[in-house]
Design a binder for this molecule. Structure first.
Ligand code: Z5A
Ligand code: MG
Length: 244
């Protein structure tokens, strides 16, 4: 096993099972005597996290740019401690990361904006939906604040269709938890996955989050064991930075 800890991120749409699987994974690592630690974003316990929590519960309103930067700042608050832990040999499991930051902000639209072309080939037009309205925040702007954060060695994306996720407990209580928005978020995650692969900022693995809990758990465990083995020399090398 590599001397450096592995940085493993679990991403996915709402209710795809990230927190459930992150908790199971950390238990399994600890039972296997792998030094490990679980973190999550947003971390709602810090002063910045409390502002985010209040926004997500719709208790406060914030400018879309401002809330995006707060989500990123919430990661920067602990960026150096993530690196320190990894270098000290602790594997860090992270429930959501910068990829959620990009996907959720770049998928926002202004509901009162003029939709892009909604006409059909027979000349009629369809009702505007979330995806026919122009984005509020440019994709490249959303990606910028997280440049240089520690890059994961492995990102496990729990894929689920939004209409299946919406049937799971606790769905719909917070901002963004509606199916149209989630469809757009899912599209953006695909774009991010391509960029992660293209820019070599770790491996991105898509797993079926619609499977039974135990099946998802086993698929995650297989990938994490592989990541812990490190490269050909059995080492993970120095911690890379996002999009560098
Ligand atoms: N957000 C953002 O905008 N910008 C950012 O930078 C970041 C986040 C980091 C809150 O996140 C919001 O913040 C989120 C993105 C945005 N917005 N939305 N929408 P959060 O992480 O705090 O959200 P959460 O409250 O933890 O919910 P979640 O992450 O969406 O859920 P989950 O962790 O993926 O699912 P779960 O809690 O593990 O499971 C949900 C239920 O499904 C539960 O009853 C489980 O028992 C059940 N479950 C789980 N797996 C299965 C399987 N396999 N089968 C059947 N049932 C299952
Ligand atoms: Mg969660």
């Amino acid at each position: 096993m590599s001397k450096r800890g592995a940085f493993v991120v679990i991403e996915g749409l709402d209710r795809s099972g990230k927190s459930t699987q992150a908790a199971t994974l950390i238990k399994r690592l600890q039972e296997s005597n792998v030094p490990s630690k679980l973190i999550k974003f947003p971390d709602r316990t810090t002063p910045i996290g409390k502002l985010i929590d209040s926004y997500l519960r719709s208790e406060t309103e914030l400018d879309d740019h401002a809330i995006h930067l707060l989500f990123s700042a919430n990661r920067w608050e602990v960026a150096s401690s993530i690196v320190k832990d990894l270098e000290n040999g602790t594997t860090v499991i992270c429930d959501r990361y910068a990829f959620s930051g990009i996907a959720f902000s770049a998928s926002k639209v202004d509901p009162s904006s003029k939709p892009v072309d909604t006409s059909t080939s027979d000349g009629s037009s369809v009702a505007p939906t979330h995806s026919t309205r122009p984005p509020l925040l440019p994709y490249s702007w959303c990606r910028a604040p997280d440049v240089s954060l520690p890059a994961p060695d492995l990102t496990l994306f729990l894929d689920i269709l939004p209409h299946i996720a919406s049937q799971r407990a606790g769905y719909g209580g917070e901002r963004y938890e509606n199916q149209e928005h989630q469809e757009r978020v899912r599209e953006l995650f695909s774009r991010i996955a391509e960029e992660v692969e293209a820019e070599g900022v770790g491996r991105w693995v898509v797993l079926d989050g619609g499977l039974e809990l135990k099946e998802v758990e086993e698929a995650i465990w297989r990938e994490v064991k592989e990541a812990l083995r490190g490269g050909d020399d059995g080492e993970l090398g120095s911690v890379k930075r996002l999009w560098d």
